[in-house]
Design a protein. Sequence first.
Length: 220
Amino acid sequence: MENAATKLEQVRENIARAARIAGRKAADITLIAVSKTHPPEAIEPLLIAGQRIFGENRVQEAQAKWPQLRERHPAAQVHLVGQLQSNKADDAVALFDFIHSLDRPSLVAALGKAMDKAGKRVPCFIQVDIGEEEQKGGCAIGDLPALVEQARAADIPVAGLMCVPPAGIEPTPFFALLDKLARDHGLDGRSMGMSSDYEIAVQLGATHVRVGSALFGNRH
């Protein structure tokens, strides 16, 4: 328990310091504790330490863990930070508070329909393939204006943009590009930065950082 609280405090201090350097307020940055692959007993200590927002990669894994955790911690929020298949749109809308991986017109259609059916709107980040890597999810930069329009037309609340920069390369230019794209489209949210680079992301405008191993240790 103490270990979880210590790690959480350290990450929050790092975010606050990075925000100060950039002339920003730490309160404007949302820390998402990425709990994918970690069991409820590893998540609970962070909940007890005061962390409220968590990220999961897969709908089924989240369905297996979060209903029980939320019974004990009703203030917890769960964000989907991994890829989403269109046939899981109904489940995702039912379970998640935010979706960070809207990246194609077919998913806009599926999520729009699922939200209409459920009578609720789930804010979504549009994932951009910022490093032009085919194997990763994300819409091509050139397709972004059309996708933003399609999402708005489907009455999906567009919270901002999300990216995962290429591994092993200096992330700064990719974060700067996502920040510019968000500004160009009049979007407030920038979901960017993970355990290895969240401080840089904060300095370059991140509003949501997705931190896993710095809080949970290495994946089980």
